[in-house]
Ligand binder design. Structure first.
Ligand SMILES: [Zn+2]
Length: 257
């Protein structure tokens, strides 16, 4: 699943290509969006900006309209010159936003909704989001307190709970716990506040770096049975939590307290 840093990069790329441009074409295979387009006449509107909130990508149009998409596992947005060959099959196309200069194509995006700024804030998936780990202004102490309130949860699971802090996904869950030397299976309630604070700080640093440049390589994520970069112990991996997301960690560097 794309994480906050990937969505952030996608939003920035889309914003560069689309902001200030006029919509010449708006197509969607989603009946609701096609209908909205017929009613609201997307063509002729200006794309004001594209940004991200947590893992939601938001495209803002003139006249108080915003297109919210969520990528889930396989969704992505691409930018093409008009007439350029698409890199994914036409059957995966969900939305096309055309301008004279570029077209933006959403492939396999499962969640898409055209709404107003006010209704966006009322949408539970957006309204209930915790502070965005990538936001310019970020209240780390608030996030640490929110996580600490989930005393019974495993720390790794708490990091994925978008209501506590938004934007962290499965990769940076493992990576930030490794950097902070915290065991992924530790109950939040057993961890001192400074440990939780170190994890949040690591997640923010790693993801901010990744949002502006592709990471050179991960420390633990995807490195099962390969040597820890710090101590040489073979990296462990195991499914964790309700959604059985795979967690990677070093048993030596991240010993339970
Ligand atoms: Zn290690």
């Amino acid at each position: 699943m794309p994480e906050g840093d990937t969505i952030f990069r996608a939003a920035r790329t889309l914003n560069r290509a689309l902001a200030g441009r006029t919509v010449t074409r708006f197509d969607s295979v989603f009946a609701k969006l096609a209908r909205a387009n017929a009613d609201l006449r997307m063509a002729g509107r200006t794309i004001e900006r594209v940004d991200a909130r947590g893992k939601h990508l938001l495209i803002w149009f003139s006249g108080d309209l915003v297109l919210r998409t969520h990528m889930r596992m396989h969704g992505s947005w691409h930018i093409y010159r008009p007439g350029e060959r698409w890199q994914r099959p036409r059957a995966d196309m969900r939305i096309v936003i055309g301008t004279a200069e570029y077209e933006a194509v959403a492939f396999s995006v499962p969640v898409a909704e055209l709404t107003s700024a006010r209704d966006l804030e009322r949408e539970p998936a957006v309204r209930d989001l915790g502070p965005d780990i990538l936001a310019e202004r970020f209240d780390a102490a608030e996030v640490v307190s929110r996580i600490q309130a989930m005393a019974e949860a495993d720390i790794a699971e708490a990091l994925l709970d978008q209501r506590l802090v938004s934007g962290i996904g499965n990769i940076f869950k493992s990576e930030s716990l490794f950097v902070a030397r915290v065991n992924p299976f530790a109950r939040v309630g057993t961890l001192p506040r400074e440990d939780v604070a170190r994890v949040v700080d690591a997640a923010r640093r790693l993801m901010r770096a990744s949002a502006t440049q592709r990471p050179a390589g991960f420390s633990v994520y995807g490195r099962g049975a390969r040597p820890c970069r710090r101590c040489g112990t073979l990296i462990s991996h195991r499914k964790q939590g309700e959604n059985a997301r795979v967690t990677y960690w070093c048993e030596r560097c991240q010993k339970p307290r």
